[in-house]
Unconditional design. Sequence first.
Length: 509
Amino acid sequence: MSEKGETILEAKEIFKAFSGVPVLQGVHFDVRKGEVHALMGENGAGKSTLIKIITGVYSKDRGSIFWEGKEVEINSYKDCQRLGIACIYQELSVIPPLTVAQNVYLGREPKKGGLIDYKKMNEMTAELIARYDFPLKPETIVANLGIGQRQLIEILKGLSCNSRLLIMDEPTASLSGKEAESLFSIINTLRKNGVSIIYISHRLEEVYRLADRLTVLRDGKNAAVLDQADIQPLRVIELMIGKTVDESAGSSKQMRVSKNEVRLDVRGLTDETGRFRDISFTAHKGEILGFGGLIGAGRTELVRAIYGIDKFKSGEVYLDGKKLNPSPKRSIKAGFGFVPEDRRQQGFIPLLSIEKNVALTNYDIVKRNGAAISDASELAMCKEAIKKIDIRPADPEKAVGLLSGGNQQKVVLGKWLMRDLKVLIIDEPTAGIDVGAKNEIYELLESLAKQGVTVLLVSSDLQELIRVSHRILVMRKGSIVKEFDKETVTQAMVLAAAQGLEESKEAAS
C-alpha cells in the first residue's frame, strides 16, 4: 500500500435526486494524494452520479466539494480540468486517423509562427511517454493500435494537462488479459509518481489487487470505506447487496430445470474477436433462462450473435432441432424477438409514432391494398399492442421519444407480441424504468413463458435476475462459469460466481 498522503479531493454530504427520486443521500468520498481509491456498488448504487458531480456533468443538490482543503464549485468538465482532474471513460474518445501526439494535444497544439509545431508536439509527447514508461511512440497512427494502447493515450491526455487525479471508469472492460496487466503496471507507476486514481470497477479481483482503499455505495448511501487490509471479496459482496436479504423482493429463489422439450440449442459458439468462446447451452419451451455476469463478461455479445446481429466464428444454433444460420431477417421469420440493451439507440425510432414503431418489424404480416400497406391494418395492430401491454398514453400517433422509459420499453416489447413468438431475447429489460413499470414487464415475461415462449434474459440487476429466471447461467470473461439449475440461489451466490470466487455459506447467507 502506498504511503498515506494528504487528502486531495473530498466530497462531503452529497445529495442528488432526479424527478424527486433520491440517487445520492449524504454520500462522503475522499481521495488522498498518490493513492488508488476504488469505488464499487451494484448498478444503480450511485457511482456514476457521484463521478458526474465531481466532474461537473451534474450539479449537486446539497453538499460540498473540497480540492486540497479549499471548497470549490465544479460546474463543467473544464472546471475539473483546471483543478487537475481527468476522467478516462469506458467509451474512448481518441481519433484513429491521427497520431498519438496529435490525439494527446488535440485542441492544445504548440504553435510556431501561427502553425502547429509538430516537432515540439512530438517531443512533448515523447517526454510524457518516457516519464511514465508507456509502450507508445508519438508518431504512431492510432488506427494501428489496439484498444489497450488507445486507452493509454486517454491517460496521456490527462497527464499532459498536469492532472493529479485520474478517474478510471471500468478501464479493463474491453481489454485482453495481457492489456489489463499492462494497465495495472502503469497504474502502479502513476501511483509512485504521486498521481491519485479513482478506480471504478465491478471486478473484485482487480480492486483487491490495486486499491489502497475501497468505498462501497449501496442504494445511494455509503455502505463502507475499507482500507486495503479489510478488502475481503466475500465481505465486499455482502456490503454491496446488504446483510439483510428480503426473500419477498426476489433476493433468493429455488431454481428448476424445465421438463418441456428443448426449444433452443446453442453448441460451441465462439466470437470472432474472443468476446465469448465455446458457449453451449439449451433453453426449453416456456423457460426463462437468465444470464448473469459483470460488465464485459460477453453476455450482450452472445445474445446478439444468437439473434444474428453480429457474426460468430464457429459453433451452431438450433431451433426446435433445425439448424439456423442466424441473421435478423431469418431470426424474425423463425420466431425470434429481440429487445436490445440500448432501447433508445437500437430499439425504437424516437420521432416516429407508436403506430409506426409497432409496425417496424411487422410489415410482412400487415395487410396490404395491392402494393400499398393498409393504414387500417397498421392502426389495428398498434391498438392491439397498446391494449395487450397497456402502453400509456394509449395514443397511436404519440411520438415514442416523448413517452416515459417504461412505456418506451413497452413499445419495443409490443411490436414482438404481434408475432407468433418462439424465442424472446431481452437485454437489461428494466434499466432506467420505475418500479411500477418494472413489475408490469416482469409479469409480461412470466405470461409469455406460460404461453410457451422461451425467454433469454440478460440482466445486471441481481434481484431482477433471480425474481424472473427459472434457471441462471453466469458468464465471466467470455465463458459460462456456473449454472444455477436446482438449488435455492441468492444474490450473493450469483455475484460470487460472476467475480470468480468460491461460493461459501457466508456469501449465501
